[in-house]
Design a protein around this ligand. Structure first.
Ligand SMILES: C[S@@+](CC[C@H](N)C(=O)[O-])C[C@H]1O[C@@H](n2cnc3c(N)ncnc32)[C@H](O)[C@@H]1O
Length: 186
């Protein structure tokens, strides 16, 4: 299996079917963060068809890491399961079918080194609050689409300001960027 070619084809499929997969630059950024942060346990909220998940798994494989990813769309989940199997990433990725708002509280606290939030934008604050206890101290969040969709993220920016949560916005694409939030060490 040529995974690079598979990803190129999956991106084309995503474009043709309006699946909002991460950009190439974002994929490279996330993979870099996994390497720099020596990430071993990663949580993704919003699997879609598994395009970003495969990129994350490729970097995690080099660290001997694992990934959990959640999506509540059954067609997306089924496509992701197939794509993860095809690329041989099923030993790294655990895919959960369900609503993240319900599934997150079932996960083990402080178990993740990195959490990638890429679900429904208006639920970003809910995802962040529910996922916060799941991130270990010194771990970090990456939140996608924080420039283009900032207005859809109702209450998220306000919450960060109100709670004085330090955050950095990185403009990695022409029209959008991601937010980095590091959980302070106690
Ligand atoms: C932007 S897409 C994810 C794209 C994917 N990360 C990629 O780059 O290939 C958002 C996904 O989040 C899922 N989603 C949105 N809200 C959710 C929720 N509350 N629980 C679980 N999945 C959710 C949607 O079904 C959709 O597949």
């Amino acid at each position: 299996m040529d995974i690079q070619q598979f990803l190129v084809d999956l991106r084309q499929y995503g474009l043709a079917n309006t699946i909002p997969n991460i950009s190439d630059k974002n994929a490279q950024f996330l993979r870099d963060m996994i390497h720099i942060g020596r990430v071993k346990n990663l949580l993704e909220i919003g699997t879609a068809n598994g395009y970003s998940t495969i990129h994350l798994c490729m970097a995690l494989r080099e660290n001997g890491g694992k990934l959990t990813s959640i999506d509540y769309s059954l067609p997306s989940y089924n496509e992701a399961v197939e794509n993860i199997e095809k690329t041989g990433m099923d030993d790294i990725a655990t895919l959960i079918f369900g609503n993240a708002l319900v599934e997150l509280p079932k996960l083990t606290e402080a178990s993740f080194d990195m959490i990638f939030i890429d679900g429904q934008k208006k639920r970003t604050l809910d995802f962040f609050q529910l996922a916060y206890p799941l991130l270990r101290d010194g771990g970090f969040f990456i939140v996608d689409d924080v420039i283009k969709f900032s207005e859809k993220m109702s209450g998220f920016y306000e919450f960060l300001e109100q709670e004085k949560i330090t955050h950095s916005i990185l403009k990695i694409d022409e029209d959008d960027g991601v937010m980095l939030i590091v959980k302070p060490k106690k």
